[in-house]
Design a protein around this ligand. Sequence first.
Ligand code: MRU
Length: 342
Amino acid sequence: MNALEWQGDSLKIIDQTKLPLFLSYIVCSDYERIVQAIRRLEVRGAPAIGACAAFALVLAARKNACLPKPDFLNALRAAKVEIAGARPTAVNLFWALERVWRRAADNENDVAKTADAMEAEAVAIFNEDIAANKKIGEYGAAVLPEKCAVLTHCNAGALATCGWGTALGVIRAAFSQGKITMVYADETRPLLQGARITAWELVEDNIPVTLVTDSTAGWVMKKDLAQVIITGADRIALNGDTANKIGTFTLAVLAKRHNIPFYIAAPVSTIDFSIKTGEEIPIEERAAEEVRSVLGASVAPETVKVFNPAFDVTPNELISAIITEKGLLYPPYEGKISSLKE
Ligand code: MRU
């Protein structure tokens, strides 16, 4: 199950807004369609949108490969600004764009060769993400108890990444070792990534899953139904403060109250080495309509005011460990996170 498939001259993505009712695909043959797909959440999840941004810049390069290098770079600069504006919180998007941009801006004057190098970089980002997820899965599974039920939020699975998943990567690896008795999936309002995508991925993989409303999570912990919480991340600051899907902070507070380990699983590409704390993380606010309705059906007065942040920030002191492809980081995070910068 792959969210993305690079086809050489286009990017094929699963339309995640249609899941689980329809497994349908969108073929993006220009960068503008990828930007639209990221904005609409047809493709979502921090590592997946990072890879999409990388391939978007490659498509922009192919489109402008007839221009002399200075004009080519000007056209790419404009495309890069547009791609960077697709979503603000997941740092993977900016990280991947910069990696591919560096290939564009190197000393090669042959534009076709430059575009080839950019494509190779985007493909490397894609492959490295799958390898990172596998490592995260191994490291994470190793610290889980012999038998446990896990609660997760949103979707940090194969569809949120280039394959396998971060939080779900840990769950997949631990399940294959016989450690997982149950996964509790929060439905994750407003857009129901937990119900629509996490539950679907786990059902497809025959991993036992129980869907709960977001407001049931505290009771799940109180009743000792889940012994571990694992979520993904969209941006991690140098002190360990972590942005993830709205509701993650609430889970971390509840986990502390019930003495349950709360893990963040994320690749190093999700660390923002330029920011000291979570205060500096830009939080996306999305349309009011997402809250006033459920799957297109209105559930609130049409004119009611809405507050719809897509993410919240969990302070580092609530995070038991951050599971990366380089191993587990335990608090205090200062110094340990910055040492991961290559
Ligand atoms: O708004 P979304 O669906 O893009 O939010 C996704 C999340 O919050 C994920 O937990 C995060 O990106 C990690 S994906 C491995």
